[in-house]
Design a binder for this molecule. Structure first.
Ligand code: FAD
Length: 360
């Protein structure tokens, strides 16, 4: 008799708990996302007048070529930074100041040992496949960071892959971690070859990396299995064009540090986009051809963003009406895709729409 009473009571209790804590329509479905971490900076070293490296107290597991999102405080935006060492080495990030840039200026001018950083990640698919014979790495400026992770990783593994690294800079004083690269090359038993390109012509090939210069640099470089590109947009475009012409069978990997901002004229067709955040509604115009994030920035509407290349998912939003066309949804879970989530950093609109920003 007692059992008959206890069982329905338990069922009622479970049912009530489910009702109280049931997923609400506006909540993000569970993601396999690492929780936010807090790192402490253990040391900061100046690499060039505009770049610093810093080490942190974390032992995060990652793959060479990946990045994290970090912010030095809650009131600063998230930014992506790649590891400049391999997994298993003390964690290090290397940041170059972007003139007028919020986070890079803070890091290169004010970051000190003992400071805390909010961190999310690791993220990214800019990873060298294993079992390849020859990799061609083309880096410009701060684009050397993931390449450093690759070469440290290959050195630690006894150089299973031969590497040709092309490193382009304006002048010698801007070459980040040059001495470390020289040491890696000198201990590689000929497996790592470095070609320097300097705009001032003081060493190696004279830059900048225009299509003609890229063609000269690649003259005599053996056909690679994989080509990895990371640098300023113009350099990446020249390299991509020349590499695909010259090494048609090579797999090309690209990491874009700067969001590609479409230049769309004020006369382009614009659509009204509504953002509903905690019940408050704002509208702004997004022009056809530009990303929703670009339109929001122009209208001074603040939307969360991270890598700005559709990889980290920080900028995901839930559609309430209409559509944001997201060219690559691979960072969204199947559940999120089914529920109509979109990414504003790479997503574009062709009609009016409305969305809620991702709940934190
Ligand atoms: C996957 C990935 C990995 C990366 N790894 C590294 C790395 O290892 N090392 C590294 O140094 N960088 C890296 N970056 C670049 C880094 O994420 C930042 O983009 C860079 O540090 C600039 O950030 P910031 O906050 O200083 O500049 P921002 O404040 O974003 O400014 C960038 C530029 O935009 C201009 N700007 C800013 N706001 C406005 C506005 N309202 N109107 C007009 N112009 C404006 C600024 O003047 C500046 O020129 C990486 C990027 C990605 C996507």
């Amino acid at each position: 008799m007692n059992a008959l009473i206890v069982i329905p009571a338990a069922v009622v209790a479970v049912g009530a708990a489910w009702w109280l804590f049931r997923p609400k329509a506006s909540q993000a479905p569970a993601r396999k996302e690492e929780p936010m971490q807090s790192w402490t900076v253990t040391s900061v070293s100046r690499e060039t007048p505009s770049a610093v490296s810093f080490e942190v107290d974390s032992s995060l597991d990652f793959q060479a070529g990946q990045f994290v999102l970090l912010r030095p405080s809650k009131d600063m935006p998230w930014r992506a930074y790649s590891f400049s060492r391999a997994p298993g080495q003390p964690l290090r990030l290397t940041v170059k100041k972007v003139e007028g840039g919020a986070v890079s200026t803070y890091i290169t001018e004010r970051l000190a040992a003992g400071d805390k950083l909010d961190v999310k990640g690791p993220f990214g698919q800019f990873v060298l496949p294993s079992g390849i014979g020859h990799a061609l790495l083309l880096a410009g400026g701060s684009g050397i960071t993931p390449m450093l992770a690759f070469v440290h990783d290959l050195a630690a593994k006894g150089w299973p892959t031969k590497v040709t690294l092309v490193f382009a800079n304006r002048s010698k004083s801007e070459q980040i971690l040059r001495a470390e690269l020289d040491e890696l090359a000198s201990k590689s038993d000929g497996k790592l070859t470095i070609i320097h390109v300097l705009d001032d012509g003081s060493e190696g090939v004279k830059g900048p990396m225009t299509p003609d210069v890229v063609a000269t640099v690649l003259e005599g470089v053996a056909a690679p299995d994989v080509v990895a590109l990371c640098g300023p947009t113009g350099m990446m475009e020249s390299c991509h064009a020349e590499v695909s012409k010259r090494f048609a069978t090579a797999k090309i990997l690209e990491e874009k540090f700067t969001a590609v901002v479409a230049s769309v004229g004020a006369d382009a067709i614009a659509h009204e986009v509504e953002v509903v955040d905690e019940g408050k509604s704002k509208t702004f115009a997004v022009r056809e051809g530009e990303t929703v994030l670009q339109g929001a920035r122009r209208a001074k509407v603040n939307l969360s963003s991270g890598c700005e290349s559709g990889v980290c998912g920080t900028c995901r939003v839930k559609m309430l009406r209409g559509q944001i066309e997201t060219p690559d949804e691979s960072c969204l879970t199947a559940e999120e895709r089914a529920e109509g989530y979109a990414l504003v950093c790479i997503g574009k609109v062709k009609a009016p729409c409305g969305f809620e920003p991702k709940p934190e």
